[in-house]
Design a protein around this ligand. Sequence first.
Ligand code: HEC
Length: 104
Amino acid sequence: MRRHLHKGGAICILLAGIATLPLVANAEVSRGQILASTCFACHGTDGKSPGTIPAIAGYPPEVLERQLKGFRDGSRAATVMDRHAKGYTDEEIKLLSEYLGTLK
Ligand code: HEC
């Protein structure tokens, strides 16, 4: 009886290991997507803002990049985006703009 329980335990651990494999694969989210997720608090969960805040979904990536860099260097007037854009490097702006460009 004891031996039987032991065997069952080993199989359980093995199955648990196999079951977690697909979860690891699904967890692959692009860096651009993670960076862009901070934008959705204000710009709507799909980048289509519900209120007066402009939508950011479906812009060509180059346009978003130019706008964000303009906010960052102060050449584009802003209330909050100037402060927000300062937190991103050129590479991060590129990655999140590419991701946002894929949203329709
Ligand atoms: C705290 C709220 C807030 C967050 C967070 C935020 N935005 Fe904004 N965004 C605004 C507001 C408000 C404007 C209008 C300009 C202004 O007043 O600063 C704006 C304007 C913009 C514009 C100009 C759009 C146009 O057509 O003129 C772009 C592009 C933009 N945001 C991109 C982003 C991206 C990308 C992120 C995430 C990295 C982000 N925003 C995060 C509030 C926010």
